[in-house]
Design a protein around this ligand. Structure first.
Ligand SMILES: Cc1cc2nc3c(=O)[nH]c(=O)nc-3n(C[C@H](O)[C@H](O)[C@H](O)COP(=O)(O)OP(=O)(O)OC[C@H]3O[C@@H](n4cnc5c(N)ncnc54)[C@H](O)[C@@H]3O)c2cc1C
Length: 351
């Protein structure tokens, strides 16, 4: 039975890449997830997944590899939204994508695939949205903490084991140990921001985000997801569970856990421009909580590849930045294929 160890996931504040990769591996694999964070731990910024919006929007500027991964993810989540929206929390929603720095959609790679895609009439939006062009389509949202909890249950049902540990170096897996068991056939590195140190990758960069989680008791804010990008970056993501996330902060390189009141004011002001129902005064918000989280950024983009160093076979999956949920299912499938290529290399079958 091939042994695969995935580094990078917690059992409570679960991390989307490690769990999705575990879910994507064949049932007969012996899979262990090495987790730094376990149930009952206090909130920390060391992992990003619980803090996501999380919405599925196409975005622009993706590499051809990322586009293929996003398409695979899209198909997977679309199916979940059809088959089990209540359990998975993945639901379809009218989405609005506003560009404030260009009036064309020529460079939008997803325009031919997104359901109900159309360019909006300016009268459909408030003037304050400052749209040079606005597009509507049917996108998807999920409640990130509940989605990863659902994923954990599926992974546990497959027999995946969890071991609590912080890894100082992948060398810890070169020999059998009491803690981690036999040497794995393949090691998967899904450590998000942690990959910077573990791999010595200078491209890894935390990108601090700050958001506000709102209650939406009358459902007025949950009618559509909105994203403005170009010069400004701001979003309103209904989770379709009675709450809505508003945000639009990207602090490159910052790891500050503090809630900034100035940023909170700024989020309210800009979200109000997109939807005037959101008050500009933070004290008038029906807020559940403020959120600060670190996106696991990588300057040159997502890394999903494999390498063999001194006999250790490693599959890397990190650098999701602000799109880890949208990318996760495609990353899981690509990693499963890379693991499989190590386990079953081309050539004559082993006796
Ligand atoms: C405010 C905010 C809003 C977001 N909105 C969206 C959105 O709308 N849509 C979307 O798709 N994405 C969104 N994201 C991004 C998304 O949350 C991330 O891309 C995603 O969670 C990354 O998942 P990951 O598993 O790669 O990393 P993480 O969740 O950071 O997990 C990394 C794991 O590695 C472990 N680890 C690290 N180093 C070590 C070590 N040395 N030893 C042991 N374990 C280690 C950590 O404990 C953790 O378990 C948002 C993020 C933030 C912060």
């Amino acid at each position: 039975m091939p042994r695969v160890t995935i580094v990078g996931s917690g059992k409570s504040y679960l991390c989307v890449f490690g769990l999705t990769i575990a879910e994507s591996l064949p049932l007969h694999y012996d899979v262990t997830i090495v987790a730094r964070d376990m149930p009952g731990d206090a909130d920390t910024l060391d992992w990003a997944s619980p803090w996501a919006g999380a919405g599925w929007g196409g975005g622009t500027g993706s590499s051809p590899e990322e586009i293929e991964i996003m398409k695979a993810s899209w198909r997977y989540f679309w199916e979940l939204s059809e088959r089990c929206p209540a359990e998975s929390t993945v639901k379809r929603i009218k989405s609005v994508y506003i560009r404030d720095n260009t009036d064309t959609d020529e460079d939008i790679w997803w325009k031919d695939m997104m359901p109900d895609y159309r360019i909006m009439d300016p009268s459909e939006l408030p003037a304050s949205a400052d749209a040079k062009i606005a597009i509507t389509y049917t996108g998807m949202v999920m409640t990130a903490p509940r989605y990863i909890e659902w994923l954990r249950k599926r992974v546990e049902a497959k027999g995946v084991k969890f071991v609590r540990a912080t890894i100082a170096s992948f060398d810890e897996f070169r020999t059998a140990s009491e803690k981690f068991g036999p040497v794995p056939d393949v090691l998967v590195n899904a450590t998000g921001v942690g990959a910077g140190k573990l791999v010595g990758d200078p491209e890894v960069e935390p990108v601090r985000g700050q958001t506000i989680l709102l209650r939406d008791t009358d459902g007025q804010l949950s009618k559509q997801m909105m994203l403005r990008s170009g010069n400004d970056y701001c979003y309103i993501i209904p989770r379709l569970d009675g709450t809505v996330v508003i945000g639009g902060i990207k602090d490159y390189g910052s790891t500050s856990p503090e809630i900034s009141y100035e940023q909170k004011l700024d989020i309210c002001k800009r979200a109000h421009e997109l939807n005037p129902l959101i008050p500009t005064d933070p004290s008038k918000l029906d807020a559940v909580r403020d959120i600060v989280g670190l996106r696991p950024g990588r300057k040159s983009g997502l890394r999903v590849d494999s390498e063999e160093t001194n006999g250790l076979k490693i599959v890397h999956a990190y650098g999701a930045g602000g799109g880890g949920f949208a990318l996760s299912a495609g990353v899981g499938r690509k990693c499963a294929a890379l693991v499989d290529a190590f386990v079953n290399p081309p050539g004559p079958l082993k006796p």
